[in-house]
Design a protein around this ligand. Sequence first.
Ligand code: ZN
Length: 464
Amino acid sequence: MKITFHGAAREVTGSCHRVQTGDGTVLLDCGMIQGGRERHERNREPFPFAVDRVDAVVLSHAHIDHSGRLPVLVKAGYRGPIFATEPTVKLCEILLPDSGRIQEEDARWKIKRLKKKGEAHEWVRPLYTEDDAMAALERFVPVPFDEPHDLGPIGSVSFVKAGHILGAAIVDLRLGDDAQRLTFSGDLGVEGARLMGAPQAVECPEFLLMESTYGDRSREETGDRTEILHRIIEATIDRGGKVVIPSFAVGRTQAILARINDLVESGKLSGVPVYVDSPMAAAATRVFELHPEAYSEEARRLLRLGDQPLEFPGLRITSSVEESIAINKSRTPCVIISASGMCTAGRVKHHLKHNISDPNSTVLFVGYQARGTLGRVIQSGTDPVRIFGEWYPVRARIETIEGFSAHADREELLAWFESLGGPPRRTWIVHGEEDAAESLAEALASQFGAKVDVPHKDQTFSLG
Ligand code: ZN
């Protein structure tokens, strides 16, 4: 048996690992490489393995850096099943076609630019289309949490709750006749997150693949985030302004809603209209509501007491363009949560346009803003800013609440490893920038005597 690391090796995105046994081949994740044009182009490189020799794909969770290259895999000839938890399947039904539309849009934009310059453009192709994404979705097979699913002669797979986002799983493989265990952490969640919570414990496997996004960092303690959110919303509403929260449609939006729910349910906030204005976020929120079994213990406890965390008086989830325009025309103070999370596209740009020059309003960032995005430009205090080709003076207050990340930090990663009761025979650190991965590897080796490697891209190890 052997394992080869094809992606998220000494970097964060493009998760993809291939496990070969004498009886077949399993691919763990098939994610998009993200972060700038150059990295994105790497998604076009052919897979460095025979796609038609892969017998099964197992997907840890819906995030695009884990799922986003599945349409490419299917386009390249993969005809087997893609196993994932049910919420992951439902979230992929939203995320992958959207990703296809983005690829098509990018290609159209590129063609337009080349035409303008009088250069050849016939070679431009989208990485994949919405139709390619639909074809990939046909291969998905939902598997319940905590129930071993038969993979034929290869062995079996179980999904264990990882926290992180809805449906996110730790992948537990049992391989071959002697059922050797290989566990892939996927992305691990955060203790005390309002909806998803911490990863569940698993028994120590023989072989472990572990993420390291925050392998060298601790989450900054910024105080009670719900209370900070409360203060910002209350002050803005008192001034008669609007709070615009740019947020990712899947995960972050629902995490913020759950916090606002707590403020409303505890009587700290009342009579404030809260809009979720993003068709994707609306669809994702419905998936969350359909799968409360995937929530954390605490969220399920509150649910049993009758508190739907994503439903409260004043909440309006809007999908239509007309509704979106109506929010902009209304002068009533309100909270608007809208995508995209970094203000690069989507309806949030309209809300920014209408509110950024209003001294009574607030733009509130709750997620990472990458360099070069409109979100980063606004966050860093640039004034004026350009939106849809026009310049707007920045008069609204610009606020940021840190620490809403859905990733375990260094202490939590170490605690999860310790909870295995190990160490495993071998551990590989993936899904982290080089420094983060090396730092976590060193800690695991020195604190727990673990035999740890940080694999390079396409490096193979034998599971002997
Ligand atoms: Zn993730």
